[in-house]
Design a protein around this ligand. Structure first.
Ligand SMILES: Nc1nc2c(ncn2[C@@H]2O[C@H](COP(=O)(O)OP(=O)(O)OP(=O)(O)O)[C@@H](O)[C@H]2O)c(=O)[nH]1
Ligand SMILES: [Mg+2]
Length: 490
């Protein structure tokens, strides 16, 4: 057995090489395999900062002939167009100049040059800093279009970075996550993905799969000689371990999605108990209408909120009661949808009628995701109430309620977080699930004494699915779906 192991180790590098250069797989530094991608050389441009009343606007250009385009509009003098020596500019240097459209002076600018391949996209990139303001942006935008550049699509710079091998697909997705991050935790997760920690984990799992495939297929080549390279018991154990790893990664998505998208916190309860008052208290503004008329909130309201470093989506719902009013009925129906979507439910009652239970809908009472709270404690002279009791009006005990919500959210985030790397992306979770299904099939094949071809087929399929995460295999639809969600200019 030991000899076989050593033998397999010796020949593995060759096998890995031959597998990696096969049409199915691509190894490091070999770019990406794309089904129908056509990669254009147009110069693209977009604002990289918000356009409007601001100090400056940065306009980013990328593409093969970017520098010659700049040389057609950047002047050393503002009195007349004296072309700047763009060809002599060194990469990563910034140059002051004047933008001209023909003989018309447009703006005094600073341009930073990044020469391919040492740029974000891997192409020649220029970033023009103009004065802020939408009029100037429009003038510069018209000028660039006149000189042959095209408005970039959302995420087109990052897409080019990916296609030019500057980052893998998971890293490109992390760029969008980083921009959208509103809390330190979300920011850290995006950074973990951007710096390649997550991709490294995926590559390690992929390497394991490649190695198992290699051995199985090599054994097939030696089948006539009757050489056994793979002990099926050992392989079964390894596949079991891999399935466990995939499971724990997949489960981490439950935490990851909450960190990235926020904890859905729904405030529910009978009409008039003070749900909207609690909602306004947490937001510190009169966002929802509050009145003593039961049934004031008709449609739900949703607002983002950060508490204790955690992102929440705070939802105020219509008071739940039996009603014949068609509009209120619809409000109640929508509230119930929001209750279903909630990660944490704040079930509110008040001291006036706290014996009346909110049980006209199913599945929320006594559930671990529910926090029960009694409002309007200020109206009660005897405050020896057992439950968590607050006053949205006076603010009494509202800090205790906030702490309770934060600790419940932390519990929720920590619950499925046993993996050293956390998944935050639904696409990655789906690829892992698919990959895991193939591994389970492979396990069945091994158990039933299936041939190497069948086991190897399943493992290869598992490998293909996991490769999609980092974009080793990807088709144009997947890429479009990913990059169109980016903002313009990134
Ligand atoms: N005394 C007292 N009154 C409160 C408190 N919180 C809310 N109220 C009053 O209770 C009434 C109802 O408050 P809302 O916040 O509109 O109640 P709601 O649960 O959103 O009601 P609906 O939208 O109708 O379901 C208003 O008159 C509030 O001023 C509180 O802590 N103490
Ligand atoms: Mg309300």
């Amino acid at each position: 057995m030991l000899l076989i192991f050593i033998f397999s180790l010796i020949i593995n590098p060759y096998l890995c090489y031959s597998l990696l250069s096969s049409p199915l797989l691509l190894g490091e530094g070999q770019g990406v395999r794309l089904n129908t991608m056509s990669f254009d050389n147009r110069i693209i441009f977009a604002p990289a900062t918000m356009v409007g009343e601001s100090g400056i606007t940065v306009i980013r250009l990328s593409g093969k002939d970017t520098f010659s385009l700049i040389s057609n509009c950047l002047s050393k003098s503002y009195a007349e167009f004296l072309p700047a020596n763009v060809d002599h500019y060194i990469s990563h240097t910034t140059h002051h100049g004047y933008l001209f459209s023909g003989a018309d002076f447009i703006d005094e600018v600073v341009v930073t040059f990044f020469k391919a391949p040492n740029s974000y996209t891997g192409e020649d990139v220029a970033e023009i800093s103009t004065h802020g303001g939408s009029y100037i942006y429009r003038k510069v935008s018209d000028l660039l279009a006149k000189l042959g550049a095209f408005h970039a699509e959302p995420g087109e710079f990052s897409k080019r970075a990916y296609l030019n091998g500057k980052m893998d697909l998971a890293q490109a997705e992390a760029v969008a996550d980083l921009i959208k991050a509103k809390t330190e935790q979300a920011n850290n997760l995006a950074l973990q993905q951007l710096t390649g920690k997550f991709s490294k984990k995926i590559k390690e799992l992929r390497e394991d799969l490649i190695n198992y495939c290699s051995l199985l297929e090599l054994e097939l080549d030696f089948s006539e000689e009757g050489i056994d390279l793979v002990e099926k018991d050992v392989l079964l154990e390894k596949v079991n371990k891999l399935i466990a790893k995939f499971d724990s990664l997949t489960q981490s998505y439950e935490s990851g999605k909450i960190i990235k998208n926020g904890v859905n916190l729904a405030i529910i309860g009978r009409p008039n108990v003070g749900k909207s008052s609690i909602f306004n208290y947490f937001l510190d503004e009169n966002r929802a209408i509050v009145s003593d008329i039961p049934g004031t909130t008709r449609d739900y309201l949703e607002e983002p909120l950060v508490m204790g470093g955690i992102q929440f989506n705070l939802v105020d719902t219509a008071g739940i009661r039996e009603t014949k009013d068609v509009i209120e009925k619809e409000g109640v129906r929508r509230s119930k949808v929001k209750i279903e979507e909630a990660d944490i439910i704040l079930e509110v009652d008040d001291v006036i009628n706290s014996d009346i239970k909110v049980d006209s809908f199913s599945g929320t009472n006594n559930c671990s995701k529910t926090i029960k709270v009694i409002n309007k404690i200020d109206l009660m002279p005897d405050k020896s109430i057992a439950a968590l009791a607050v006053s949205a009006k006076s603010g009494e005990k509202m800090d205790t309620l906030e702490k309770t919500i934060i600790s419940k959210a932390k519990e929720l985030i920590g619950k499925n977080n046993q993996s050293d790397v956390i998944i935050t992306n639904e696409r990655h979770r789906d690829c892992l699930l698919k990959s895991c299904e193939y591994l389970v099939n492979a396990r069945e094949q091994i158990k039933q004494g299936g041939g190497n071809e069948l086991i190897s087929f399943e493992i290869r399929a598992a490998m293909d699915s996991i490769s999609e995460i980092i974009g080793k295999t990807a088709n144009v639809d997947i890429l479009n779906n990913i990059f169109t969600k980016f903002c313009i200019g990134k």
